[in-house]
Design a protein around this ligand. Structure first.
Ligand code: 5GP
Ligand code: MN
Length: 339
């Protein structure tokens, strides 16, 4: 972390500020955990911080300490804009391009507040006055911890901060098994547990709150699975009709794509999910080894992310998207072979 940035942050936070914290659209565990963890830390330091989410998030994240204070732009636009109006600092967490917060992005772009980016994705856009962009760090939660450490404020980490930050370290690391996990990750997690985070309880809240519909939706996705051994690739699809059949709730498809990656020899796995508008298809891409799904998503699917986990979209139907994906594979055959 650049000490110049830490100094600037220290200076900025030396007087009480009105802070709005914004995670990316369709917030996941890392987005919510880092936003709420950072909010608790700022509030503890005499600032007035709140979290505004672009749109709703899944039920399995609706328990993180401070959840009841979160304002949703999509469902409560007036309140969100009122709150944004008062801000003199805006922190954007777990994303690095204002397109990721869609309509809210314009309000942030036109705002006079000091903007701070805290993120770990590749290829940051240039919109922040202060940029903490660390693609080598496994989660934004881990980055927030390291920022608190650089501010010499680790002793302030209480149960609420520890629990919030543990969430994203757990979810963005695939339960501490992705290559981004380091000895430091485990040392930080150990400290968060000492500060009150309860690993078993947090794991249960996130991963053991499923239901029959969700498992049957997974069954449908697995039924739709296609493997292309010559390209070391596999993909699944889910149409709106299928999602409706199993009473789809936000977050239900989280993690489905990983099943395709467990097949021996598969190095590239994709799930394609038709959007409610039926105008476009959302893609989640995963890879193992050094094949970069970030580049594939950026180049062909208006998206991005990390080397081994990225997302994007394709205008058109599921069939169009499947066709596009299959047509792309030959140009990647060599790098998939050697990755
Ligand atoms: P997921 O597939 O779980 O939605 O996302 C995987 C990773 O890619 C996450 O780090 C997420 O933030 C990023 N990501 C997902 N969708 C998009 C997108 O449309 N654009 C960009 N730039 N990143 C995305
Ligand atoms: Mn993240």
């Amino acid at each position: 972390m650049k000490s110049k940035n830490i100094k600037a942050l220290q200076h900025l936070l030396s007087t009480p500020k009105n802070v709005v914290i914004i995670p990316h659209k369709n917030p996941d565990g890392d987005a919510m955990g880092s936003s709420l963890g950072w909010m608790h830390f700022l509030n503890k330091n005499n600032h007035t911080a709140s979290v505004i989410v672009p749109n709703p998030y899944p039920y399995f994240l609706k328990w993180i300490p401070g959840d009841e204070t979160v304002i949703c732009f999509e469902t409560n636009e007036n309140k969100a804009l009122e709150r944004l109006e008062e801000a003199d600092v805006i922190c954007t967490l777990d994303f690095n391009s204002l397109e990721r917060i869609e309509l809210l992005g314009e309000h942030v772009d036109n705002h006079t507040a000091t903007k701070i980016m805290i993120d770990h994705h590749r290829d940051p856009q240039d919109y922040a006055d202060l940029q903490f962009s660390e693609p080598e760090i496994g989660s934004t939660c881990e980055l927030v911890y390291q920022i608190i450490e650089s501010l010499s404020a680790l002793e302030q980490i209480d149960n609420a901060i520890a629990t919030s930050l543990y969430v994203g370290m757990l979810t963005d690391s695939g339960s501490f098994r992705f290559p981004s996990v380091t000895p430091k990750t485990h040392r930080i997690v150990a400290h968060l547990i000492e500060c009150g985070a309860n690993p078993a309880a947090i794991y249960n809240q996130i991963y053991n709150t499923s239901n029959v519909n969700r498992l049957q939706l997974l069954g449908q996705a697995l039924n739709n699975l296609k493997v292309l051994p010559e390209y070391h690739a596999a993909f699944m699809t889910l149409s709106q009709e299928e999602l409706r059949k199993f009473n789809f709730q936000k977050g239900d498809t989280e993690g489905f794509v990983n099943y395709a990656l467990t097949i021996e020899g598969v190095k590239l796995a994709v799930i394609m999910i038709e959007d409610k508008s039926e105008q476009y298809v959302k893609l989640s891409l995963r890879s193992s080894g050094n094949f970069s799904v970030n580049e594939m998503a950026k180049k062909h699917f208006q998206g991005g992310g990390h080397i081994n986990a990225a997302g994007g979209k394709n205008d058109g139907t599921i069939d169009d998207t499947v066709q596009k994906f299959i047509t792309l594979l030959p140009q990647y055959q060599k790098s998939l072979q050697s990755s």
